[in-house]
Write a protein that binds this ligand. Sequence first.
Ligand code: PLP
Length: 392
Amino acid sequence: MSFYPPRRTLMGPGPSDVNPRITNAMARPTIGHLDPVFIELMEELKGLLQYAFQTKNALTLPVSAPGSAGMETCFVNLMEPGDKAIICQNGVFGGRMKENVTRLGGEAVMVQDDWGSAIDLDKVREAIAVHPDAKVLAFVHAETSTGVRSDAEALCRLASEAGMLSIMDTVTGLGGIEVAIDQWGADAVYSGSQKCLSCTPGLSPLTISDRAAEVIRNRSHPVQSWFLDLNLVMGYWGNGDGKRAYHHTAPINALYGLHEALTILKEEGLEASFARHRLNHEALKAGLEAIGLSLVVKEEDRLPQLNLVSVPEGVDEAAVRSTLLNDYHLEIGAGLGALAGKVWRIGLMGYASNPTNVRLCLSALQHALAAQGLEVNGAVRAADAVYAAAGQ
Ligand SMILES: *Cc1c(COP(=O)(O)O)cnc(C)c1O
């Protein structure tokens, strides 16, 4: 029997709602992955990714696997056994970076910050002073597990001033907040298709600076992962020599989807997309605060696309999420790690970042809280006031 999923509204930590233009694009005919028309699409995709990342990096392409593979691509290509990396951890994903480093035979020096706080630049400066021999400084720009934005520009500068290569995770950043690769001088950066790009999961946009690409070409050991070896992947995505060597079969239809997602982003414009994410965040925040719910992260560190909301005393957080899913087909996220049971994570990413979703989520939360004896009102009115003040 065929599988028919329910229709949900996705306001968790990703995947986010997929624009129907994207699923329509993905339903178009599959062609060969070395078909000249497909190669044209690959070239266009590189240009669209350069636009989204605000970079001229020639080595800009989507890895044929999810964001986690983008992370692994950066570590296995930039690092060799025995190399040292300074890794900033302020949530789930810094821990995965450490795993990547130790598994490839590298040494990970951890700089820890509390979950829910931004990366402390002073601690990073100290770690650089103690470990000037580190090759890489790695950090998460937009920590999806906590809804925190760290100062990516300052971190990239610290890395380059110390002669280190920066690895930046902006899986949740790209398309939702400023990501300016060339201006920041970032070296190896990966993202994901299913967060603020609102495409289906399974692809990881990647961009590598010329400096880092040189390091990859001049390695003394071959990259441990054959599939993620950028020296080989470059041969498939084009080295600029006009030749294409088969490496793996590109996920053709998924790439139609990413092409459409990036086309939508370019039509809207980066600045307009960032402004839309900010406005819907402001409206959600006003609605939440009107019913006594507060955002956990300090205002200046908040991600507009991922809102960490504290669960009121006496409220069963899992029951609230079940009510939203069962009665409203609405998905929000639970807390992770130290924050499990204490917070919800409400995503407003990409196509899902819109006033209708904000109102739906606020109404549904009021309903779910009432089911637990907490009668609250006025959330949507407070959100509407924010939209009205913005002339919408
Ligand atoms: C979602 C996410 C990832 C992992 O992406 P997958 O597509 O799930 O593999 C990595 N880093 C951050 C910050 C994320 O939000």
